[in-house]
Design a protein around this ligand. Structure first.
Ligand code: DD3
Length: 323
């Protein structure tokens, strides 16, 4: 292929990618709520299912999932909050104690808003409040139950490929190592609004496409894992002045998408997904493989699955639910 052809093909591909990417929303004009999927008073978030009705290009009223989250305060903005711009409405006054509702300037009152549109049935499931079950997966179970299920589902990794080939979020990349075997892209996770370092949340997504999860890792991947660990530490120190002793680097099992990636968060931040039975420290993963090359092809893994996760159904059918 000539370089002109290659360029033309790249342009065509980009056009297709752009067409399948959400158009920029300006407001929720025409949005109607169908159902509250979940709400969480302690982290001040709500998960809403709804539809955009005024969509003229007739997308046949496709579902949207909207996640709203109140964001933390920060040292930099609190001074602006406590100013003449904040209107106060008295709730009660008793002796030296006053309780008010404050109405901050709109620029200080942003709500983190995540829109998934069009949302698939799987997205709706994912954000619906559900019971969970603990599963113990032997490597044999992985081969016989989990892997066939994942292969039958063909979850879309389009957004990951968009990041790797710079179709999306290219301007957000913090660091990249372009090596095709050991390289990766480091950028802010969607969960982070980049407002305060206390909840720093980055992801390192590897360039190679043949590692689905922890289960695939062996001694051949040590250079990849060590490369991610080393270069992320340097990049985060340089860019955010957060040192290695303040960083938590870990992988999920099960992950929420099956293209290998490492979570990089601030140690102070108790990120969702940090819990026992889901998060595995990158340093432990490296050391386990150094001790036993096929550690993750031997180890039983315990994790929880939501009530209507298709994988749970497969484990139930195989009689593998803990009794
Ligand atoms: C996802 C896990 C995935 C819903 C939602 C998020 N970081 C992402 C697209 C672009 C991203 C992420 C799947 C999807 Cl809300 C379903 O996450 C993303 N871009 N985690 C970044 N930077």
């Amino acid at each position: 292929m000539s370089s002109v052809d290659a360029k033309e093909q790249a342009t065509k591909k980009r056009k297709i990618d752009e067409e399948t990417t959400q158009q920029e929303l300006k407001s929720f004009d025409g949005f109607t709520i169908t159902k509250i999927l979940n709400e969480n008073a302690s982290n001040k978030s709500i998960f809403v299912l709804g539809k955009f009705s005024k969509d003229e290009k007739c997308k046949e009223e496709e579902n949207a999932v909207v996640i709203l989250e109140k964001t933390p305060f920060s040292e930099e903005t609190v001074g602006n909050l406590l100013s003449s711009k904040m209107e106060l409405s008295l709730q009660m006054q008793n002796d030296i104690y006053g309780m008010f509702t404050g109405y901050p300037d709109k620029l200080l009152n942003g709500v983190k808003t995540t829109v998934i549109y069009p949302a698939t049935e799987r997205h709706i499931q994912k954000y619906t409040a559900q019971n969970v079950n603990l599963i113990c997966e032997s490597y044999e179970d992985y081969v016989n139950i989990t892997l066939p299920y994942l292969q039958s589902q063909k979850f879309s990794l389009q957004w990951v490929y968009n990041i790797l080939n710079k179709t999306s979020e290219a301007d957000r990349i913090i660091f990249e190592d372009e090596d095709e075997n050991n390289g990766f892209v480091l950028l802010p996770d969607m969960k982070w609004d980049k407002k305060q370092l206390e909840n720093l949340y980055l992801i390192a997504i590897c360039h190679r496409k043949d590692v689905m999860s922890l289960r695939d890792l062996n001694e051949k991947h040590l250079p990849l894992l060590k490369n991610i660990q080393e270069k992320c530490r340097i990049a985060v120190k340089e860019k955010f002045n957060v040192g290695p002793s303040q960083l938590r680097m870990y992988v999920h099992y099960q992950p929420s998408y099956y293209h290998f990636h490492v979570h990089v968060t601030h140690l102070k931040f108790e990120a969702p997904g940090i819990q026992v039975g889901r998060a595995y420290l990158l340093s432990d993963v490296i050391e386990n493989i150094e001790m036993v090359a096929n550690y993750y092809q031997k180890k039983s893994m315990t994790f929880s699955l939501r009530e209507n996760d298709g994988l749970l159904t497969k484990f139930k059918e195989a009689g593998k639910l803990l009794q």
